[in-house]
Design a protein around this ligand. Structure first.
Ligand code: ADP
Ligand code: MG
Length: 227
């Protein structure tokens, strides 16, 4: 099976500043991969490239065995397979339901199927019945869970999560961890940045570690030994 992502000689500059420099990185499909490293080490930059949101300055990204052409037309299709959950997700003014419905509508989903998908995803994150709530009036933890529900509703092949456990209350963190743990069984590959030692899968999963934009990968960097 082809790896889901392969990076070759990828760099990303912001102006003069080199934020990422990865000679080679292969990420297999399936499971939960954690992406660690200090602040400013390039984690979010890497996720932005993997989400097809911002191109590398140089180098090549392969997705599912195919070279990514950074042209809007092909990116639209790719972005339907890979979803990024931002560290501070944006919910627009309106109901929780409308926020989740938006992306589904773009994908042509309508009526009962759409409503079912929305309710199911809210229940998955423990917010069944929250559809009518005003999205901008939710707590931080609820916002993060709605954003996760919105991502899940899209049933992505790959879900990228940027610090999904930062800025959430303890109860929300418990729910979010459990949902993430269940994703590989649903066929979703997970890549997440986190400082949380209790992330399921990370104790025996592979850690991709960045330092100053460079890979310092270690397979034996076991989070805590807990499962
Ligand atoms: P991390 O997510 O690991 O904290 P980032 O990928 O956000 O790291 O940032 C990597 C480096 O790139 C940092 O030095 C950061 O200041 C810089 N950087 C990130 N985004 C931008 C931007 N939009 N403009 C300029 N510099 C940026
Ligand atoms: Mg970041």
């Amino acid at each position: 099976m082809a790896p889901i992502f392969r990076l070759e000689s990828v760099t990303r500059h912001y102006g003069e500043r080199l934020a990422l420099e990865i000679p080679e990185l292969v990420i297999e499909e399936g499971g939960i991969r954690s992406l660690s490293g200090p602040n400013g080490s390039g984690k979010s930059t890497l996720l932005g490239i993997l989400a097809f949101l911002s191109p590398p300055t140089s180098g090549v990204l392969y997705y599912d065995g195919k070279r990514v052409e950074w042209k809007e037309r092909s990116l639209v299709a790719l972005r339907r397979e890979v979803t990024l959950l931002h560290q501070s997700p944006y919910l627009f003014e309106g109901s929780v339901h409308a926020n989740i419905a938006f992306g589904l509508g773009i994908r042509g989903m309508r009526g009962e199927e759409k409503h079912g998908r929305i309710e199911e995803s809210l229940e998955t994150v423990g917010l069944g019945g929250f559809g009518h709530r005003r999205a901008r009036a939710l707590s931080g933890g609820e916002t993060q869970r709605v954003a996760l529900a919105r991502a899940l509703a899209l049933a992505p092949r790959v879900l990228l999560l940027d610090e999904p456990l930062a800025n959430v209350d303890r109860d929300s963190a418990v729910v979010i961890r459990a949902v993430i743990a269940g994703l590989p069984a649903r066929g979703t590959t997970v890549i997440m940045t986190t400082h949380d030692p209790d992330v399921p899968g990370c104790s025996n999963g592979e850690v991709i570690r960045l330092e100053e934009g460079r890979l310092s990968r270690s397979r034996d960097e076991v989070a805590t030994g807990r499962t």
